[in-house]
Design a protein around this ligand. Structure first.
Ligand code: CMP
Length: 354
């Protein structure tokens, strides 16, 4: 004889309810038995019953588009099939027995009747479901975000492997960008334009600024002397190639990060006075993130040694940036950068090529 009350009080959904509530639920339960490898709930089907496992175990899986992925395994005391009942929707996953399994079954009507009568039960279910969903959302979004960040950086590193501006350049420029954006964030005129999300996106998107260089021929990319006019024209195309790569990514994922990366790739060589490339945009027509990137990129280039030029001293680089205000760079941003220049110098010293 099954001790239904102790099964219920040990179950993840019903434990902690009053004896009266448990008894009320117990009266609606029906024992059922399944053989091994039986599908009890099928994802997408209408669901009218939920189950408490008495003995045996089940596997919960979901269709990921490329195949089934196991989400969880459940054993005695666990409840499944409750989500379709609570949300009045189709089954969110497929549940299959891993071995002969005994359950207690509760149907839709009984479940609704119980919820109507038992406020304790209704509150408890609301709490459990909220907790479950927020854990799931948090886990899924942090996993996705981690993968997203790693892939973005891996993509950006492809350019590093071909670009003479190698090593810590990507790490430094993304940090200069964030430093500058954080300083601008404190200014009234950027209210609502520069937000914490903008700064986070900038940190992720900045390393992609030169991703279009993957398509620039070695003879140009690795040329030790300065480029001739024709070669320079070819080099300029890296902005368009990067933007077109980002466009393809955006077709798959419209995430803000990639839209920002698109604008950075395309416009980070535009000049405030309109003499930059590829489109000759001027002033505030150049997107904010690209104006920030321009300062970060040029500052780092000045401080870096190239085959065709020595590294500039920090003081000299700061002067050069200051002279570019209103010519190459957004004058207000340049002012803010110069006012905080020692922090940029710290970043330069912190991230050095190995
Ligand atoms: P329901 O959607 O009715 O049918 C499938 C059941 O699988 C679902 O209710 C839950 O009981 C269970 N389930 C769905 N997703 C998960 C998950 N991520 N982890 C554990 N169990 C789940």
């Amino acid at each position: 004889m099954l001790d239904v009350l102790s099964i219920l009080s040990g179950s993840d959904l019903f434990s902690g309810l009053s004896a009266r509530s448990l008894e009320r639920i117990a009266n609606h339960l029906k024992p059922v038995r399944f053989d091994q490898d039986v599908v009890i709930c099928r994802e997408g089907d209408i669901g009218r019953t939920m189950y408490i496992i008495v003995s045996g175990s089940v596997s919960v899986s979901s269709d990921m588009g490329w195949g089934q992925r196991e989400l969880d395994r459940k054993g005695p005391g666990s409840v499944f099939g409750e989500m379709a009942l609570i949300s009045n929707d189709v089954r969110s996953a497929t549940v299959r027995t891993l071995e002969p399994t005994e359950c207690l079954q509760l149907d839709n009507e009984s479940f609704d009747a119980l919820l109507d009568k038992d406020l304790d039960l209704a509150q408890r279910i609301a709490k459990i479901m909220t907790r479950r969903f927020s854990t799931l959302v948090h886990k899924t979004s942090s996993e996705l975000l981690g993968a997203y960040r790693a892939l973005t950086f891996a993509l950006a590193n492809i350019t590093e492997s071909r670009d003479p501006e190698t090593g810590a350049h990507l790490e430094r420029t993304r940090n200069y960008c964030v430093l500058l954006a954080e300083a601008l964030y404190r200014e009234e005129r950027y209210k609502g334009l520069i937000t914490p999300q903008f700064i986070d996106g900038l940190y992720q998107a900045a390393p992609l600024h030169d991703v279009g260089k993957v398509a620039i021929p070695d003879a140009i990319l690795f040329k030790p002397e300065g480029l001739g006019p024709e070669e320079f024209e070819k080099m300029k195309i890296h902005t368009l190639i990067g933007a077109s790569m980002m466009e393809k990514v955006i077709r798959q994922s419209g995430a803000d990060l990639f839209k920002m990366a698109y604008r950075i790739c395309l416009y980070h060589h535009e000049w405030w006075n309109g003499t930059g490339y590829p489109h000759g945009l001027a002033g505030e027509n150049i997107p904010l993130e690209a104006r920030i990137m321009a300062l970060a990129d040029v500052y780092d280039a000045l401080l870096s040694r190239r085959v065709y030029k020595p590294a500039m001293a920090m003081r000299e680089a700061a002067d050069k940036i200051q002279h570019g205000a209103g010519v190459q760079f957004d004058p207000n941003m340049t002012l803010v950068m110069i006012a905080n220049i020692s922090r940029f110098e710290d970043v330069y010293l912190k991230y050095q090529d190995e």
